[in-house]
Ligand binder design. Structure first.
Ligand code: LLP
Length: 438
């Protein structure tokens, strides 16, 4: 069994993903190819449901859909009765097309456009995670015009540093997200909401960062939030009904990563919240969490075909594959580590150290920085990169005019396309050839 992905197995010399032979998938759908284990996604969604939603009354786990967004995933989330975090009108539109209940959509974002606020409200999405004063003004105005009420959870920055890379930390003072917890800024925001006509204050929201392995960061963030809840009560006499503790649950990309247990994180958060509310004699609030990577990250494996193998004496060996930073920007952007295997030689001992690079015109175009593979690797082999289910497809681009790969779900030996591969025609679908006119 491959450690990263519950539903990836090695039989003889072959890698199987959720019962499907990787080389068969590569042959049938072509490469590069994002393969997602549906069993893994279902397993993770079921954890959110049974170990959180069913366990704590009034709670709602949200799947942070920026990690992987398409019709198929919103349909699955809907099946489990969980909610979603959407960060743009585009994400909301896809969720609604998939038949997602608008009342379980929470609209996030640090710069929601007036057109997006209008789109959300006129399509029944009223739960907003309010980020800034300008948004309060916009919501008050647009909701008033549409005769709607925005139900607000207010994003507050706890002042905590956590997360796998500087670029994915959001809980510290110097961030573009949320209201500062310093100088009474968040209290001023809540005061304005309480005075507004078209926005209803429901609760607070925290998100400290992504790829977090530090339990203490979650505990200290939620403990700080109980302090904010008290200050809100002392200032306005209002009990906060909702507490969203955010996402960021770290997963294993390599054997060096040691993820926290889902129930350990959530039970610690719940203990702090429930103890606090019980002590105050208040009704327990509705608690929310919003992991993304935890749900889909380990479900994904990208299959590539090996091309050029270039040995640079005394330096290293580059193995180039038929995709690259256009389908996985994470190594270039966050210096991310990945693990992988030659899918058709999976049983062979790995004695050759290589760097797996893409075919884009950038030196930063590396997928796996250093990895041991079989010494027998050669052009035409299928190289599988583990743990590409989160933030790979959704951050993909057409850089160098590479068509985006297809996304295929594998489930108990069967497979289906959920996003088709782009064609060369797709690359010019938005191009317009016309003369200048006045
Ligand atoms: N909630 C909020 C408000 C967020 O901003 C995010 C992620 C999440 C939840 C979900 O975080 P997760 O559980 O997936 O870590 N592209 C980066 C990650 C950026 C995360 C953005 N916000 C990466 O590939 O590592």
């Amino acid at each position: 069994m491959v450690f990263q992905t519950r539903f990836a197995t090695i039989e003889g010399n072959d890698l199987y993903i959720d019962g499907c032979k990787a080389t068969d998938l590569a042959k049938q759908y072509g490469t590069p190819l994002y393969v997602m284990s549906e069993s893994h996604i279902r397993h993770q969604m079921n954890e959110l449901k049974t170990k959180f939603m069913d366990k704590y009354e009034g709670s709602l786990p949200l799947f942070a859909s920026k990690s992987f967004s398409c019709l198929a995933i919103y349909k699955l989330a809907s099946e489990y009765g969980i909610g979603i975090d959407c960060v743009s009108a585009g994400e909301i539109s896809i969720a609604l097309k998939a038949g997602f209940d608008p009342d379980k959509i929470y609209f996030h974002g640090n710069n929601k456009l007036p057109s997006e606020i209008e789109y959300a409200l006129s399509h029944g999405v009223t739960h907003f995670v309010i980020d800034n004063f300008y948004e309060i003004e916009l919501c008050e105005k647009i909701a008033g015009e549409l005769g709607k009420t925005v139900k607000a959870t207010v994003r507050v920055v706890p002042g905590i540093k956590a997360g796998g890379h500087n670029y994915i930390m959001t809980g510290h003072k110097d961030t573009k997200f949320g209201f500062s917890s310093h100088y009474g800024i968040y209290l001023k925001a809540i005061g304005q909401i309480l005075e507004s006509k078209n926005i209803e204050y429901e609760g607070l929201h925290a998100h400290i960062g992504s790829q977090v392995f530090d339990l203490y960061a979650y505990i200290s963030s939620i403990t700080k939030f109980m302090g904010f809840v008290d200050e809100i009560y002392n200032t306005f006499g209002v009990v906060t009904k909702k507490v969203n503790a955010g996402g960021g649950y770290g997963i294993a990309y390599t054997k060096d990563d040691e993820p926290l247990d889902f129930e350990v994180i959530t039970s610690e958060i719940m203990k702090v919240v429930y103890d606090h509310y019980d002590e105050k004699g208040w009704n327990r609030p509705s608690v929310m969490i919003e992991p993304g990577r935890y749900v889909v990250g380990n479900a994904g494996i990208t299959l590539y075909t090996v091309g050029v193998i270039k040995e640079i004496p005394d330096v290293r060996t580059y193995v180039s594959v038929d995709g690259g930073m256009a389908d996985n920007i994470r190594t270039a952007l966050y210096d991310a580590d990945y693990d992988g295997i030659v899918a058709n030689k999976a049983g062979e001992t790995k004695t050759k150290k290589v760097r797996v690079a893409g075919k884009c015109c950038e030196s930063a175009d590396v997928i796996v920085k250093d990895i041991n593979v079989t010494a027998n690797i050669m052009p035409g082999d299928i190289f599988a990169v583990y743990t590409t289910g989160a933030y790979c497809y959704t951050m993909s681009s057409n850089y160098n005019q590479l068509p985006k790969p297809a996304v295929v779900f594998a489930h108990e030996g069967k497979s289906k396309t959920v996003i088709r591969r782009q064609t060369f025609d797709d690359l010019i679908v938005y191009d317009v050839v016309e003369d200048y006119h006045d």
